[in-house]
Write a protein that binds this ligand. Structure first.
Ligand SMILES: Nc1ncnc2c1ncn2[C@@H]1O[C@H](COP(=O)(O)OP(=O)(O)OP(=O)(O)O)[C@@H](O)[C@H]1O
Ligand SMILES: C[C@@](O)(CCOP(=O)(O)O)CC(=O)O
Length: 492
């Protein structure tokens, strides 16, 4: 039998950080071309599931399956992996509920060998580049093999904020659902089938909350399953009884048809001829208490906080509406759109203002890009205000300086700190012009030069772009560059 391979993308929350925790508000999340891959092979180890993450040191976990379907970690395993264990345990339980005891019987006869691989972007490559004497550039990133070893234990790795645990759990649970025949490969190939994705989502969302020991907004799992979207959160009440261990069967709560899952997922894509750029930034220390500070501040100052959240929400909506209207304008008149994308690609934002020489259809499109940039700047200003009021470093000064420098580069449309903010990442939206003149640098190249000139070399690009395929995807092992090689290193 061949391997079952399922991938799930990472995410960047461009707008809606914190607000998205409240179902009154929504967030704009882009899923990334960088993906997690779970590869499931049948093995000749009765009752044993072996999981291997070849990118890390001491990352092999063994589990034994009991006749009642229990999944227990081998007590001799070093570095237990709660995320992997809970994914195996709950997916096996759900599969046995839906497909019968044959699922457990098959595992008792022959176990499983599973490999988990995360795209290089999920983990900071700064040390790898330094050790190889490579500068932090796209060209250098291309020289690192896919799924490169990080030479540390998972607990020691520097993550980049793409949502490694959500992508890992989503790809692993979905790969097992396919392997056990609960959903078909076809149902998660291309756009696939909504019901299978909903089941995969509900399971992954539950397992991720259980593993994290908290219920977040869930936008990361939703993006991993459904791709780029405008996301409105689910009601945490739907899984609370499961989290409290008060429900015996998973299948009723997790069923695709269960209308108690109230999240809203509006598919979304970035406008044509633009490109998302993400960077791994090291301009300050890690501050894990951001969300705690903001939520405590909101509780203590509900009137001011709610006023500020409403006004941030207005800007978030304006940002989302403008992004969507740009795609509509391109559909209606791609020619004019391309002219404008080419024109603005070589202009600093300061030069984007009215130009009476231009035809009115071009001018109105430029106005639309100006509106996008303005909404984004307003979001940043209000998020900084929230940071100051709550004492959370949402967009700390070094990030403001870095972003302002980036936004002054020709062809850069918008930018910000993704998700909860902090010191360790930025996103930019830049023109990816249709006409590339050899003698004029593209906006991506200009941004790269700016980052490369920083004395401390504290900005490393990520190679990720927006994912063009929808959320989870069934894959063929040999069609994913470097995947078989990464697995065979582990096997040797
Ligand atoms: N390649 C991997 N193989 C197995 N488990 C992994 C892998 N990568 C991450 N994990 C699991 O995910 C956990 C990290 O989850 P955590 O919620 O702390 O990160 P995160 O919030 O998803 O981080 P980020 O968004 O920066 O990627 C690890 O402790 C490990 O259990
Ligand atoms: C603060 C919050 O709204 C966003 C966190 O996003 P990120 O993990 O920093 O990308 C929390 C959440 O949505 O669960």
């Amino acid at each position: 039998m061949s391997a079952t391979v399922v991938s799930a993308p990472g995410k960047a929350l461009l707008a809606g950080g914190y607000l998205i925790l409240d179902s009154k508000y929504s967030g704009i999340v882009v899923s990334t071309s960088s993906r997690f891959y779970s590869v499931v092979f049948p093995a000749s180890t009765p009752g044993i599931i072996t999981v291997n993450s070849p990118q890390f040191v001491d990352a092999v976990w063994k589990y034994s399956v009991g006749p009642n379907g229990s999944v227990d970690a081998d007590p001799l395993t070093i570095n237990a992996n709660k995320f992997v264990h809970l994914a195996l345990k709950n997916t096996l339980t759900l599969a046995a509920e839906l497909k019968g005891s044959g699922v457990t019987d098959a595992l008792l006869e022959a176990g499983l060998q599973i490999y988990i691989l995360g795209g290089n972007d999920f983990y900071s490559q700064r040390t790898t580049l330094d050790n190889s004497g490579l500068s932090p550039s796209f060209e250098s990133l291309n020289k690192i093999p896919p799924f490169a070893p990080l030479n540390v234990q998972i607990s020691q790795v520097n993550k980049t904020g793409l949502g490694s645990s959500a992508a890992l759990i989503t790809s692993l649970t979905a790969a097992l659902l396919v392997h056990f025949g609960v959903i078909t490969r076809e149902s998660i190939t291309g756009d696939g089938q909504e019901d299978s994705r909903r089941l995969a989502h509900n399971l992954a969302q539950f397992v991720h909350c259980l593993a994290q020991g908290k219920v977040g907004s869930g936008f990361d799992v939703s993006a991993a399953v459904f791709g780029s979207q405008v996301y409105t959160r689910f009601d945490p009440g739907v899984i609370q009884p499961l989290l409290d261990g008060q429900v015996e069967r998973l299948s009723q709560t997790l069923a695709a048809a269960n209308s108690a899952w109230t999240q809203k997922v509006l598919p979304f894509r970035l406008p044509p001829h633009t490109r998302l750029l993400l960077a791994d930034v090291a301009v300050g220390s890690d501050t894990p208490s951001l969300a705690g500070n903001v939520l405590r501040w909101r509780q203590r100052n509900s009137k001011d906080a709610n006023d500020l959240w409403s006004s941030i929400d207005e800007e978030n909506k304006e940002f989302g509406r403008t992004l969507a209207s740009l795609t509509v304008k391109w559909e209606r008149n791609p020619g004019v759109y391309e002219e404008v994308a080419n024109y603005l690609s070589s202009m600093q934002q300061i030069q984007w203002e009215a130009n009476p020489e231009l035809p009115s259809d071009q001018q109105s499109l430029i106005d639309c890009f100006v509106k996008l940039r303005t909404a984004c700047e307003n979001i940043r200003a209000k998020m900084r205000e929230m940071g100051e009021a709550s004492g959370a470093a949402i967009e700390p000064l070094p990030q403001t300086e870095l972003l302002d420098d980036c936004l002054a580069v020709p062809g850069v449309i918008a930018g910000g700190v993704p998700g909860a903010g902090g010191y360790d990442a930025i996103w930019l939206l830049v023109f990816d012009p249709p006409k590339k003149h050899g003698h004029i640098l593209t906006p991506v190249a200009c941004v790269e030069i700016l980052w490369g000139r920083r004395e401390k070399k504290d900005v490393t690009p990520l190679s990720a772009e927006e994912s063009t395929t929808k959320g989870i995807q069934a894959e063929q092992l040999d069609e994913v560059p470097g995947l078989r090689e990464a697995i065979s290193t582990a096997r040797n």
